[in-house]
Write a new protein. Sequence first.
Length: 144
Amino acid sequence: MTEPPKPPEAGDRLVAANRPRPLEQPVSLTQPRPHRPALPRQVTGPVRVWRGVVVFLASAVRLASRLAALVLALYAVFTVFRANPANVWYQFVASLASSLSVGLANLFQLADIRWTTLVNYGLAALVWLIVGSVVAGLIRRAAP
């Protein structure tokens, strides 16, 4: 058979955790207890409004850059898979993509027009994503 469990001793963790604190370390009521994370300081007034405006602007910039990248990627996919140029959606996406290409529409001239469109408009989409993220990050840093 097995032996019965031993009673806890003075050096065990359970006993040490239940032991009262020494008198030279008084309990502070203003500092958080070490086992609980401290709550963030609540901000009120104009600082809170400014933070909300900054977060909204950063989110708007990030959303706009992602939509621009989506339009460029969609045009590249339409071109690679030879979508019907007479279609209204194709024409709409093509008109948006031509203005959002930021001068990268004819950066590379490859043998096949489909690869040229994929590379150039894909690169423009990456530029939109990177620049949008950087600008949104800079805007967020303006928050207090």
